[in-house]
Structures are given as structure tokens and as C-alpha cells.
Unconditional design. Structure first.
Length: 134
């Protein structure tokens, strides 16, 4: 898969201010404020920057955190992780493998079958009603 690379000006022209702050600036939206936090509609969640499918609604669960949470990505190759040491803590950041857009963080306190909680930002996601299976 070829990486999508754009200038900061191109990203700013494509995304609204909040999407840019979160997806390109590694920000975090306020808990409970995102449009997908409590969404239960079936479909596929895609990266807001490049449209790559990253999570299916079938993997979404209510974590009680106020952010959309998933127990696995649509495909392990759809995401990449890095160590995030901001805010005086160490976390695992999740970003899109195609464009490096910041999606959120992953924690080891999720449900079966993976035990993982991919805690994502609605501002980094879009959604289609089509289920994508990879």
C-alpha cells in the first residue's frame, strides 16, 4: 500500500478545524462530544483523512469512556501504532497505516475476544453504511 502524503496546507484545506487538530495534530476530542461515541448504526468506520476502512461496527462496544471503542481493527494492516509519551504518561497511539492520521489510543482493558480497547476519536473517523469485510 502506498502512503498518502500531503502538505499541511492540503490537510487544512481538506479537514475542518477540529478534524485537523485531532487527526493531524494528535489531539483528543472531549469525552462524549463526538458524533460516533454512542452511535449504534451498522457500517464501516473509515479514516477521515484518506477514507481507508479502519473499523467495522460489529467490533464496536460501549466502553463507558465517552469515545467510540472497538475490540479490533477491520484489518491489522489498516492501522499502525507508536508509543505516545505526552501528558506525562505512556500510551499506545493508533494511526491510519495509509496516511498516518491520528485515530486514538489502544488499551489492554477491552472485552473478549481480543482484550483490547481501541479508543478512537469521532473527529478522526467517517462512517459508511456499507459493511466492509477484509
Amino acid at each position: 500500500m502506498e502512503k498518502i502524503v500531503k502538505t499541511e496546507a492540503e490537510w487544512r484545506a481538506q479537514l475542518d478545524d477540529n478534524q485537523y487538530k485531532v487527526a493531524r495534530g494528535h489531539g483528543t476530542e472531549q469525552a462524549g462530544s463526538g458524533k460516533y461515541a454512542y452511535n449504534k448504526d451498522p457500517g464501516t468506520y473509515t479514516c477521515i483523512c484518506c477514507g481507508q476502512p479502519v473499523f467495522n461496527s460489529e467490533a464496536k462496544f460501549e466502553s463507558g469512556t465517552g469515545w467510540p471503542s472497538f475490540f479490533e481493527p477491520i484489518n491489522p494492516e489498516a492501522i499502525e501504532t507508536t508509543t505516545d509519551r505526552s501528558f506525562f504518561m505512556t500510551r499506545v497511539e493508533v494511526h491510519c497505516s495509509r496516511c498516518d492520521g491520528h485515530l486514538g489510543h489502544v488499551f489492554e482493558d477491552g472485552p473478549h475476544p481480543t482484550g483490547l480497547r481501541y479508543c478512537m476519536n469521532s473527529a478522526s473517523l467517517d462512517m459508511t453504511s456499507e459493511e466492509v469485510v477484509e
